[in-house]
Design a protein around this ligand. Sequence first.
Ligand code: SF4
Ligand code: MG
Length: 286
Amino acid sequence: MSDNVVKLKPKDYKSDLKSVWCPGCGDFGVLGALTRALAQLELPPEKIAVISGIGCSSRLPGYVDTYGFNTIHGRSLPIATGLKATRPDLTVVCIAGDGDCYSIGAGHLPHAVRRNVDITLVVLDNFVYGLTKGQNSPTTPFGDTINKASPQQSDRPVNPLASVMAYGAPYVAQGFSAEMKDLAGLIAEGIRYPGFSIVNSLSPCVTFRGNDEFDRVRERTYHLDEDYDPADRAAALKHAEQSEGVPIGLLYKEDPPPACLPPRGSEPALGRPEPEWAQLLDQFRA
Ligand code: SF4
Ligand code: MG
């Protein structure tokens, strides 16, 4: 950033729209982490697009002062892919919930990974369908009886980290919304990484899983050691698949990064020329 450009603070990336998230929702921490990451990277807001699907978490594009698109359920990845393919100059952040990403739109995830689309997917994983009032989601733990609108969870849950590792994701991290600073670091590093990056963000739903959900999530997690090597794929798989809690930190970073879509530094490839705006407006006025 040149000397005459004012450095933006995290709050400068927030919009004026009043949040409708419940007080105490974990999503506030993820929003704070994202705006912190954008400020750390000194990204101009007009060069960022935040794309979401449907769900409580997918309201997030409205709360940031960047370009944004609240799309349809489970479809944020293909829309983000199309945007990044035509506007490689934009930083594209894809926002999804656990139901949105690992169930409704689960078919899109392996393909975004194998194409190695240069976007950052931030999943706000709260183990419940919050917007539709508390049904079990694909990440609700086995045997869980907490979700208000569902019987005991009798299905085995999706394992997000193991799934994306198996698909071949080159950057895989998991954070916790209560640890906003660390989560911001994981998101910033994911945006910096040239290729597909996913940050699964544990983001408690206090309304449908209770006020003690932050404590429960904390009990289920452990932090990767400081000397953990994220380039070690075998170690990453072991952490992703073991059943004694879930890891927090940068789990895997392929180094050197594989070729991504589009390559870094690509020019915008808009297929159609700019329309004659004046003529177009006249047509509508006629
Ligand atoms: Fe957050 Fe749950 Fe409220 Fe949705 S229902 S805003 S996930 S606390
Ligand atoms: Mg959810």
